[in-house]
Design a protein around this ligand. Structure first.
Ligand code: C2E
Ligand code: MG
Ligand code: MG
Ligand code: MG
Length: 297
């Protein structure tokens, strides 16, 4: 690719060669600088976890949260995980970062339980290299034992493309986790290519409709058809279905009308600090006590 760009640049003159190479250097330099920073990020406490609630669509009740990691970079401010998780995967740091997130998330869920809040499912994302690690199951067991969290309150989110690379291997590993009592869900569903026959083999409890299909529900008949198809597929497989990226009341209403079970998205709440989750839950408990539960939307 770089060669092709160079070749094109040479054709159009020397100045352009300069332009292309500088551009390429700066992106490589930037990547190296980020990598260097990422090595220190864990040790220097620059990573943090936010939590985004998941709610039952019909009742509006929050039943769980998803842990989402962030990097508070000393100069650049908050860096999103889709920038640094792939970097961490590439440079072999995903194991350490993933363990840290898993431990934080389990400790947080246990702390909420100890504080008398209703038991909530804690979902943690697992990326391809983390999943392939032979020690994954042991790492999960460690996080559970270390925190005292019951396995039944932990869920791991794996993407559709991850499990479809090698269905046999993925099924085997997921069965091990299932045997421990950990739940599994398929994230970003609809963006990969799954056959019904392979899907049936995975021990999963939920499908998560990718937010790219939710975003344009109002304007796109295709996306409405896809969302409906995923909802009936999930129910055919006897698993729950959650939509991510729900931002508007119209999207929520469409999903509910079409039988989607659960939702997650800015309409309910952005990913937030643990204290804000506590506030939401306390509010929910108070409303339930008075018998007038008001859904958050
Ligand atoms: P994901 O697991 O599919 O998470 C959903 C992403 O959508 C999150 O982005 C979330 O903040 C965002 N989101 C939630 N609601 C809405 C909404 O209503 N509208 C829009 N436009 N976006 C919404 P985020 O936090 O930037 O995370 C991006 C991805 O990074 C995640 O996608 C996940 O694949 C990965 N990731 C995040 N935390 C971790 C982690 O601890 N470990 C690993 N391995 N990957 C992680
Ligand atoms: Mg996820
Ligand atoms: Mg997703
Ligand atoms: Mg995603």
């Amino acid at each position: 690719n770089a060669d092709a760009a160079m070749y094109r640049a040479k054709e159009t003159g020397k100045n352009n060669v300069q332009f292309y190479t500088q551009e390429m250097n700066s992106s490589l330099e930037e990547k190296l600088a980020l990598l260097d920073g990422l090595r220190k990020a864990l040790a220097e406490n620059q990573l943090l976890v936010e939590y985004q609630p998941k709610a039952d669509l019909a009742s509006g009740l929050i039943f769980g949260v998803e842990a989402l990691v962030r990097w508070r970079h000393p100069e650049r401010g908050l860096i999103r995980p889709d920038i640094f998780i792939p970097l961490a995967e590439e440079c072999g740091m995903i194991g350490a970062i993933g363990d840290w997130v898993l431990q934080q998330a389990c400790q947080q869920a246990r702390a909420w339980q100890m504080a008398g809040l209703p038991p909530m499912t804690m979902s943690v994302n697992v990326s391809p290299r983390q999943f392939d690690d032979l020690r994954l199951v042991a790492r999960v067991a460690d996080a559970l034992h270390g925190s005292g969290l019951a396995a039944g309150l932990l869920e791991l989110e794996v993407t559709e493309s991850l499990i479809m690379r090698d269905v046999g291997q993925a099924v085997a590993k997921m069965r091990e986790l299932e045997a421990m009592g950990v739940a599994l869900s398929i994230d970003d569903f609809g963006t990969g290519y799954s056959s019904l026959s392979s899907l049936k083999r995975f021990p999963i409890s939920r499908l998560k409709i990718d937010k790219s299909f939710v975003r344009d529900l109002d304007s796109s008949a295709d996306d409405r058809a896809i969302a409906r198809a995923i909802i009936s597929l999930a129910h055919e497989l006897d698993v729950r279905v959650i939509a991510e990226g729900v931002e508007t009341e119209q999207q929520r209403a469409f999903l509910q009308t079409n039988g989607c079970d659960e939702m997650q998205g800015y309409l309910l709440s952005r990913p937030v600090a643990p204290q804000q989750i506590e506030a939401l839950l306390v509010q929910q408990m108070a409303a339930a006590e008075q018998g007038r539960f008001q859904p958050a939307h």
